[in-house]
Design a protein around this ligand. Structure first.
Ligand code: HEC
Ligand code: HEC
Length: 386
């Protein structure tokens, strides 16, 4: 169960993830009601849930009490070795925890990028083919697009969320590349190579460190990487940074107005539905119903009729029939004498024979894929010579 929780945490919202984490800390509880306080006495984060374990079950699901009791033992019940833990414990934190020594220049990074990354991430990190772009230009300018209000200013650029414009911490880039790239040959880069790649990505994002441009020859190292001030470092809500993070998140989610569409009265308890009068103002347009809409709205989902393109019998003859009929195999174009014995059976029979093919060597429809009607126009042309 704990393993399962951990997996979930990776993909859940901050609120729900934190709630699950705190559920883990609570351990077994005797109450099955929705918990509103955590073990530390603080309110649970609004919108999240805790899942107390009662009689080895949480809700309808059984919990493996052995696993719950002894979390570090995984799968086969063996305590992982220090090396095994170290292999997974690769976090690189903004404070420098886990960030190795090393160095590299943007120039070196450019070569590695062209060899190992460009196929997916495009020239200069421009992205493409469904792979994320790593730069769209000047990070500082693009960060300003994040707060553009296109409701007020429809001409404004939409938000550009790139490493440079959006990510709050630069160390995450190092971590991401070192751990996960190049796909699928992860963990194949040396620390120096990763420094070089990070320098290159800073370069194409036109970023500065300590006021200095990260140009081609800039030597990036651990010390300098930790100095980067990302333009969007204060752009996140709630603030998940620092030791106050949990309390900040708790306070943020305690006020529904911070994230809910519907405002509730100060102090009122949030609820799911029909429990409070809506405060949103609904504006009805009086006497302005749409009555004359052109073209009429339709729920028909038929494909549009295929456009008919008239066949050109002369060119079909040239491309499909002439190789035989123009070379003495089968009656020749417009040759009355040669066609006479066939026409004696009547046109109905001639069409049918030609459509289905004959043992005498006429392939069905002459090997064409024309409709019957179109094919008949070619037959007429072949017989009459015009
Ligand atoms: C075979 C394709 C492929 C190659 C090669 C590749 N990547 Fe990626 N990269 C991806 C995909 C796919 C993602 C998105 C993964 C996701 O979002 O889950 C990604 C994500 C990233 C991200 C995060 C971008 C973001 O904004 O979320 C960075 C940074 C990155 N790659 C850097 C690199 C670097 C540096 C290299 C070369 C050493 C590289 N990648 C090589 C496919 C590739
Ligand atoms: C691979 C050679 C070949 C091609 C290609 C071919 N024909 Fe023929 N066609 C013949 C031969 C051989 C006959 C005489 C068959 C027989 O006597 O049974 C024939 C007979 C016909 C007949 C008379 C059928 C009957 O028995 O009344 C028509 C009509 C005809 N072809 C039309 C066409 C048209 C139209 C095309 C091109 C779209 C075409 N053919 C392409 C070989 C070909």
């Amino acid at each position: 169960m704990l393993k399962f929780n951990r997996k979930l945490i990776l993909s859940m919202s901050t609120a729900a993830a934190l709630a699950l984490l705190t559920a883990g800390c609570m351990g077994a509880s005797t109450s099955i009601t929705h918990a509103t306080t955590e073990a530390n006495g603080k309110a649970t984060i609004d919108g999240g849930s805790t899942y107390p374990v009662v009689n080895d079950k949480t809700g309808p699901y059984y919990v493996d009490p052995q696993v719950a009791a002894d979390a570090p033992k995984i799968n086969n019940g063996r305590v992982p070795t220090a090396n095994e833990i170290a292999a997974w414990n690769t976090d690189i934190m903004p404070d420098g925890t886990g960030l190795p020594e090393g160095s590299g220049t943007a120039d070196e990074g450019s070569d590695i990028y062209d060899a190992k990354c460009v196929a997916c991430h495009g020239d200069f990190g421009s992205g493409g083919g469904g792979y994320p772009s790593l730069s769209k230009g000047n990070a500082y300018d693009l960060q300003k697009t994040l707060t553009n209000n296109r409701w007020k200013d429809p001409e404004a650029d939409g938000p550009v969320r790139e490493f440079g414009s959006y990510w709050p911490k630069a160390t995450t880039l190092f971590w991401y590349i070192k751990d996960a790239m190049p796909h699928p040959f992860t963990k194949s880069l040396s620390d120096d190579q990763v420094y070089a790649l990070v320098a290159y990505i800073l370069n194409v994002n036109e970023m500065k460190i300590d006021g200095i441009d990260v140009d081609d020859d800039y030597v990036l190292n651990r010390e300098k990487l930790l100095k980067i001030k990302m333009p969007n470092r204060n752009g996140f809500e709630p603030n998940i940074d620092g030791p106050q993070a949990l309390d900040d998140v708790r306070a943020f989610y305690a006020d529904a107005a911070n994230f809910g569409a519907q405002k509730i009265k100060k102090g009122a308890t949030p609820c799911m539905k029909n429990c409070q009068a809506p405060t949103a103002i609904v504006v009805h347009i009086k006497g302005a119903g749409i009555s004359n809409f052109l073209p009429p709205m339709s729920d028909a989902r038929n494909l549009p009729a295929e456009k008919k393109v008239a066949v050109n019998p002369a060119s079909v003859y040239k491309n499909t029939c002439e190789m035989c009929h123009g070379n003495g195999v089968g009656p020749a174009l417009g040759n009355k004498a040669e066609w006479a014995p066939y026409l004696a059976h009547g046109m109905k029979k001639v069409y049918a024979n030609a459509i289905h093919g004959t043992d005498g060597g006429m392939p069905a429809k002459g090997g064409s894929s024309l409709s019957d009607a179109d094919f008949k126009t070619v037959v007429d042309y072949l017989i009459n010579g015009k």
